[in-house]
Design a protein around this ligand. Structure first.
Ligand SMILES: Nc1nc2c(c(=O)[nH]1)N[C@H]1C(S)=C(S)[C@@H](COP(=O)(O)O)O[C@H]1N2
Ligand SMILES: [Mo]
Length: 349
């Protein structure tokens, strides 16, 4: 029997109002996530008004008001970068934590095109008293927690790969992903990549916005705020795409496949174990990590002569910054940065 229409992948709804949808990452074989399958993460409903340009203000010598055409006519830069929500795989923490219950799909990848934030800041001229750069979205204006806004340290703001982006995979940004302009901060968890960017404000003191000061911190203890640290750089991480957790396989050969990514250095190696970590086998990387340092790497390992039984497949990535996925992720109250070794349990018969 022939299916009546082509088989199709879909996003999965995690919450409605605001809309949070996860990406079917396991089934996507493209290196770049197709536009319609991108995860969506929103703290508020979509903004009612439209952003029609960008202001660069605050501790600068010459404030700028730029139209989108203005920005699009400048020398452009493109960067391939994975975007991962800090709450990705939150549901795996034990004890369990509250927050949008993401499984593995709060992650996607695109090629972003825009203007380096640095170019705009240099044109405006940063004053010597400057400390951070606040990026303002317009969603949530008038709400208690204020519009979504995040600050970046000067160093990361002036990094040539931090972009004010207007295109995703070669097409203008869609409304859901921040049109007309969004920030792209490669190598950082995605809360830094502010959508519906309307204003860039250079400030001389630490920004105190809710999403900067309260949210997006690792809180190591359940009942006290002691030791809180801001969420910034992506941890080294991997995902097994095939075989799926709790699947039943036939004996013979199987190709174990997955993804690996990091925010510091690049992926150095990925290893697979099928005996709960006793032996590790080196996986083959499909991309050369240095070609696109912020991108995920597709990997595979051939599992030969499978015999009947129950197995756990584990994947573990290591990066050139000397980091490796731990067996247990560091628990934190808001459930950020889960990066324990990825497990897929299978039965072979
Ligand atoms: N203005 C604005 N920007 C935002 C957010 C938001 O709610 N509002 N969410 C952030 C978070 S937490 C994530 S994970 C990413 C999600 O981007 P996406 O919806 O394009 O996948 O956007 C970031 N930028
Ligand atoms: Mo996020």
């Amino acid at each position: 029997m022939k299916p009546s229409r082509p088989q199709q992948l879909f996003r999965k709804t995690v919450t409605m109002q605001p809309e949070n949808q996860s990406s079917p990452v396991r089934w996507i074989t493209d290196w770049m996530t197709p536009d319609g399958l991108w995860y969506r993460r929103n703290h508020y409903n979509y903004p009612a008004s439209k952003v029609d340009g960008l202001q660069v203000v605050g501790a600068v010598r010459c404030p700028l008001t730029l139209s989108c055409e203005d920005i699009r006519s400048r020398p452009a830069k493109s960067v391939v970068s994975v975007m991962e929500c800090a709450g990705n795989r939150r549901t795996l923490f034990r004890p369990r934590v509250y927050g949008v219950p993401w499984n593995e799909g709060a992650i996607s990848q695109a090629e972003w095109t825009g203007v380096p934030l640095r170019d705009l800041l240099q044109e405006a001229g940063i004053c010597s008293t400057a400390r951070e750069v606040v990026c303002w979205g317009i969603d949530g204006e008038g709400k208690d927690k204020g519009p979504f806004a995040r600050s970046l340290p000067l160093g990361k703001s002036l990094h040539p790969d931090t972009l004010v982006a207007y295109a995703q995979n070669g097409r203008l940004l869609s409304p859901e992903h921040g049109a007309p302009l969004r920030l792209i901060v490669p190598g950082w968890y995605a809360m830094a990549s502010v959508k519906w960017l309307s204003r860039i404000e250079v400030v001389t003191e630490q920004f105190q916005g809710y999403y900067q000061k309260e949210d997006y911190h690792y809180y190591p203890f359940p009942h006290s705020d002691e030791g809180k640290r801001p969420v910034t750089v992506l941890r080294v991480n991997s995902l097994i795409r095939y075989p799926h957790d709790f699947s039943v396989l036939k004996t013979g050969h199987h190709r174990v496949e997955g993804l690996a990514w990091t925010g510091k250095g690049v992926i150095r190696r990925v290893e697979v174990s099928v005996d709960r970590g006793e032996h590790w086998h080196r996986a083959r990387l499909q991309q050369r990590p240095w070609d696109h340092p912020y991108a995920w790497v597709q990997w595979s390992w051939n599992w030969k002569d499978l015999q009947p039984g129950k197995y756990e497949i584990w994947s573990r990535a290591a990066d050139t910054a000397g980091r490796m996925q731990p067996l247990r992720a560091k628990w934190n109250r808001k459930g950020y940065g889960y990066n324990a070794v990825c497990r897929s349990r299978v039965q072979v018969e």
